[in-house]
Ligand binder design. Structure first.
Ligand SMILES: NC(=O)c1ccc[n+]([C@@H]2O[C@H](COP(=O)([O-])OP(=O)(O)OC[C@H]3O[C@@H](n4cnc5c(N)ncnc54)[C@H](O)[C@@H]3O)[C@@H](O)[C@H]2O)c1
Length: 315
């Protein structure tokens, strides 16, 4: 089976490469621009380098896309400008990658490989602040920053290419993923950043009291549902929350990380104004709609997941 993983050098993509390699008879092509704003490198792929074909290239390059989408049965798009704060700083870059890049990809697939299964990774933050106690796919979308707005736009492209052109698209919305190969920088997913701080014995500084709740999911559970989504026709044309069972406060998350490593300390600091304005506060997601169709439920508890990440970082 020929599989294309765009953005496969990133955190989720590099874990997805490993999930796909666990299957027999797979040929994996990874395409990634190694985007400098995102601190992307091929380091995450080094242990599997000999088992993949790597192409350094950009989602916005139509000529490259026309070549690379051909003869692939499954196409995962994990490439994105992935930082919420950077999307405020560089809104045009965000739109070029997260909107135009996806449109160019869909056009290439429509023209050259209409039969492929196409899986797009979106974000739970497309909804903005939750107005219902439990959030499902019927919740409105009022994103609070440019990244989430553009992820929501891209979701619609995938749906429209299914409705109008019969492309086999599926959109999965993830919340807060953590796991091996995560980024140790504050402008990306906060759990991986907190893990980096604890691992390196530093202070975790939480904005405000940290009482806001967050949905958490180990990246292996995420790659498992990505694989299943690539093989389940009943998901086609729709967007689904693929979220975990655990909702913890930011303070609980930080405390758990510090206790598992066991290094680092937890303290509190004032909210920076910009971060406060894009804060989603409390939210509880339901992935019931997805689970009614696919036999998937998160298997890794936060405590187990943290011990697993520790064993990778500190073998
Ligand atoms: N990590 C999370 O908690 C989380 C949560 C929800 C959604 N997501 C989504 O999952 C996907 C993967 O996120 P991640 O956490 O692995 O981020 P990441 O920043 O680690 O990886 C993104 C990868 O995309 C590549 N990329 C960026 N622009 C590109 C372009 N124009 N052409 C080709 N490659 C490009 C980067 O070089 C990088 O390797 C993204 O779509 C993100 O929005 C992630």
């Amino acid at each position: 089976m020929n599989i294309l993983i765009i953005g496969g050098a990133g955190f989720l993509g590099a874990n997805l490469v490993r999930r796909c390699l666990a299957e027999p008879d797979v040929q994996i092509t990874v395409m990634d621009s190694l985007e400098p704003h995102l601190h992307a490198t091929t380091d995450n792929l080094r242990p599997v380098w000999s088992r993949i074909r790597f192409v350094r290239g950009d989602l916005r390059d139509e000529t490259l896309l026309a070549d690379i989408v051909q003869n692939k049965e499954i196409i995962f798009n994990c490439a994105a400008q992935t930082s919420h704060p950077l999307s405020i700083q560089y809104p045009l870059l965000d739109a070029e990658i997260n909107c135009l890049g996806n449109l160019k990809l869909l056009e290439s697939i429509r023209l050259l490989n209409k039969g492929a299964r196409v899986i797009y990774v979106s974000s739970s933050t497309v909804i903005g602040k939750a107005v219902t106690e439990v959030v499902n796919e019927d919740h409105w979308e009022r994103p609070l920053e440019i990244y989430s707005a553009n992820k929501g736009v891209a979701e619609k492209y995938y749906r429209i290419y299914n409705t109008i052109h019969d492309l086999q698209t599926v959109v999965l919305r993830f919340a807060n993923l953590y796991g091996p190969y995560g980024k140790g920088y504050p402008e990306f997913g906060f759990i991986n950043y907190f893990i980096h701080l604890a691992h390196t014995g530093q202070e975790i500084r939480i904005f405000g009291p940290g009482s806001q709740s967050r949905n958490i999911l180990h990246v292996n559970d995420a790659t498992e549902i990505l694989w299943k989504a690539a093989h389940e026709p009943r998901l086609t044309g729709e967007s689904f929350f693929a979220t975990g069972n655990e909702h913890l406060t930011v303070r609980q998350i930080a405390d758990s990380i510090v206790s598992v490593f066991p290094r680092g300390t937890v303290s509190h600091t004032e909210w920076p104004d910009e971060r406060k304005r894009m804060e989603i506060d409390h939210v509880t997601f339901s992935s019931e709609r997805l689970r009614a169709i696919v036999d998937w439920k998160p298997a890794i508890t936060f405590q187990e997941g943290l011990r697993q990440v520790k064993s990778v970082l500190e073998p």
